[in-house]
Design a binder for this molecule. Structure first.
Ligand SMILES: Nc1ncnc2c1ncn2[C@@H]1O[C@H](COP(=O)(O)OP(=O)(O)O)[C@@H](O)[C@H]1O
Ligand SMILES: [Mg+2]
Length: 389
């Protein structure tokens, strides 16, 4: 018995530790990337996973506020401008168990466009951090600055709200990511690279270049390279988090995004889950505490936990896609979860409404009782006045 235990222990300590890096992007600002990064990070920490959250939204760093931390420590911006600073020295403690934080560039005036060599240095440093999970809060937009960080993993998280503008931005982001991915994969292989660069240059609004067509055209140049490109594309399996959901109809637009990404980019965008619109989140934001640390029973905290569970139960994620053996279709599952959550939400709101209604009735009773008293009082005063007159 003892022997089995010690062998087990031995296995655990010699197991190769793998840091899982999950970039969180979204194209559009205000869709909840930072909020998701803070809450998912705190939740993974609560579950006992050593987690590091990194603010890579250079120029718009605000992960510290979502975490409720004053930004006094040097961050990625300082690392970029001070060559003597080690990346590890940026690790900052947080009030949350098992969560460390690397700030962005709030302390540095205007981070310049980050050169590829600098990005590579940041990425290499991130890869060697000691942690179970590293979450990257990325900036908005679909520039190479953001896309290059997103492509550190095959299965990053794409956040969108159900609004047309956000969905279009999410699509543009994925499109840039796919072409950048191909371009990077074939850099140095001149003929194919030149061809790809030409294809990317020729992309114009209203004239979408389909990835399948590009690979077909590549096949004319070099069959083996085209197969390689297809294998690269197949590796990309990003995950969608639909935030700010208010009704079940909101999920339809997510399915349209999945269809468009599939049709034009040949990429399988899985659904990781939804987060309901919760006005308390903006209030929590001001109070400077992630909702999962403040109120674990809140519906949105339960939803964050669900995302965390899907992640930790997928041992190969994010190198490979999420483990989805348990269900056939991630969108169908997301639909079921949304139906359930919206029903719970409606029930809770109704109880609150009922409570408010009951409170209001009591209030009216008090008021009318007072009104009666006031009337009596006024009557008495009138009587007294008349008598005196
Ligand atoms: N599910 C939600 N319900 C309500 N407000 C939210 C939700 N998610 C994010 N917010 C709020 O929306 C604003 C933008 O969120 P943020 O995470 O900063 O977006 P991004 O990082 O994508 O720009 C913040 O004020 C945040 O508190
Ligand atoms: Mg943000």
């Amino acid at each position: 018995m003892v022997e089995t235990n010690s062998r087990y222990f031995y296995m655990v300590i010699t197991q190769k530790r793998q840091t899982k890096i999950i970039p969180i992007a979204g194209g559009k600002g205000g869709v909840g990337k930072t909020e998701l990064c803070a809450n998912l990070g705190v939740r993974l920490g609560q579950l006992g996973y050593r987690t590091i959250v990194i603010d890579l939204d250079l120029g718009g760093s605000n992960l510290h506020s979502a975490l409720g931390i004053k930004n006094k420590n040097p961050g990625v911006g300082n690392y970029l401008s001070d060559r003597k600073l080690s990346f590890e020295s940026l690790l900052t403690p947080t009030p949350y168990p098992d969560v460390l934080f690397i700030p962005g560039d709030v302390l540095v005036a205007g981070t310049p466009n980050v050169a590829f060599a600098q990005k590579r240095s940041i990425l290499r440093n991130i890869e060697s951090l000691e942690a179970d999970y590293v979450l990257l809060d990325l900036g908005s937009g679909a520039s190479n600055n953001v896309v290059d960080f997103f492509l550190i993993s095959n299965s990053g998280i794409l956040v969108s709200s159900p609004h047309v503008g956000a969905i279009v931005n999410a699509y543009s982001f994925m499109k840039n990511a796919v072409f950048r991915f191909l371009q990077r994969a074939f850099s140095g292989e001149t003929k194919v690279e030149r061809f790809l660069r030409k294809q990317i240059k020729e992309r114009r609004p209203g004239n979408p270049v389909k990835v399948a067509a590009v690979i077909d055209a590549m096949r004319e140049i070099d069959e083996a390279e085209a197969d390689k490109a297809q294998r690269f594309i197949d590796l990309l399996q990003p995950n969608l988090v639909l935030n700010l959901v208010r009704g079940i109809d909101d999920l339809t637009i997510a399915e349209s995004l999945r269809d468009l990404v599939d049709k034009n980019l040949g990429v399988d965008l899985q659904a990781l889950g939804i987060l309901l619109y919760d006005e308390e989140i903006s209030a929590m934001y001001r109070a400077r505490h992630p909702v999962v640390s403040e109120d674990a029973d809140r519906l949105v905290s339960v939803q964050i936990d669900r995302l965390a569970q899907k992640i930790v139960q997928s041992p190969e994620f994010p190198t490979l896609a999420l483990a989805t053996e348990m269900y056939a279709d991630s969108y169908e599952l997301m639909g079921i979860e949304a139906q359930n959550d919206l029903a719970v939400h409606a029930e809770r709101t109704q109880t609150t409404d009922a409570r408010n209604y009951a409170d209001a009735e009591e209030f009216i009773e008090v008021l009318s009782a007072q009104k009666k008293q006031i009337k009596e009082l006024q009557g008495t005063i009138r009587n007294l006045t008349i008598r005196r007159g």
